[in-house]
Design a protein around this ligand. Sequence first.
Ligand SMILES: [Zn+2]
Length: 398
Amino acid sequence: MLGSTSTTVKNFPLKRRLCFLLKLVCFVSSVLIFCEFLIYYVVIFQCRWPDMKSPAHMSEKETSASVLKAIILADTHLLGEIKGHWLDKLRREWQMERSFQTALWLLQPDIVFILGDVFDEGKWSSPQAWADDVRRFGKMFRHSVSTELVVIAGNHDIGFHYEMTTYKVNRFEKLFNFTSGKLITRKGINFVLVNSVAMEGDGCAVCRTSEAKLVALSHKLNCSQQKANHSNKRCSDVEKLPASEPILLQHYPLYRKSDAECTGEDSAPPEEKNIPFKEKYDVLSQEASQKLLWWFQPRLILSGHTHSACEVLHAGKIPEISVPSFSWRNRNNPSFIMGSITPTDFSLQKCFLPFESRVFTIYCAAGALLVILVLAHVQLLTPPFYFAQRLISKHKAV
Ligand SMILES: [Zn+2]
């Protein structure tokens, strides 16, 4: 009996220590689960599909069925084997995977467009490195059959113009079933995909093929928009498409001098805004931009590449949205665009992802709290008087 009592007394501090350790583990895992998993639900849950002005003769149900829900993101830059540090890769890919999967689950889009620079090193990667990048991309951006994924080529996927080879273009096109001048029509809405790297205008083989396809498609679309009673010989044997004005999707933005006019919390930082853009490098050339506007007369242009947000109006009426990067490697506040689109109208809304600085603040606050809890537990924080008293009583006992 006496033996068992002394064992209980001896075990008490051990039990307390174990209990405290368990509490610490629970605390640390809760912080980790919140910052690495739940935060994406909390933040993306606040994003809403933008409303459309519904025509008076249509019911709400009819309207929602005719609206295409599209998510548009850009510049994921999945790190490659040469420039990517493994920890950077692991963290960025986890963040993008969680954001994308949470957005799919909460928002249920019909279609997702990625506006190029999906990979960081597609411009020079070996077949093995390419295969590894593709495998990771497939895992991160997995999706159900009810959501379509459309990917557009960027300069980091196939190289800048002078690095672009038929081999690199073909491997990208084969993987994503992408071709420049491809038309995607959904719910009567025409989306035109453009390989903007092939808009150099120097008559290179890839550029020639791409431009020929774009010209042929623009002819078809222009013929389809003509009134039935307006007979045009050149349109007589052209396949008819939905008459909706197209939306252009490309990687490089159309020509603009700089980002000086761009506003908003995710536009370029002030020190970069006034740096003039280089044609055919930062933005398309003036000539290529004019061509695209003439050929298609688009009602909207969506582009990536600059990693920052901007809204520009071309020819006083055609809006272009520069979609910021989806990767935390490029921004503290990545985002994607949510679009409610019909054949005649569209409404866009930005959905911000968790700010990296806020996640770090939570980790730092949790770390500080953890240190205080541990110190309090080992009683280093006991007021000096009690601490001294305890030392003396211990000394006496000895
Ligand atoms: Zn780019």
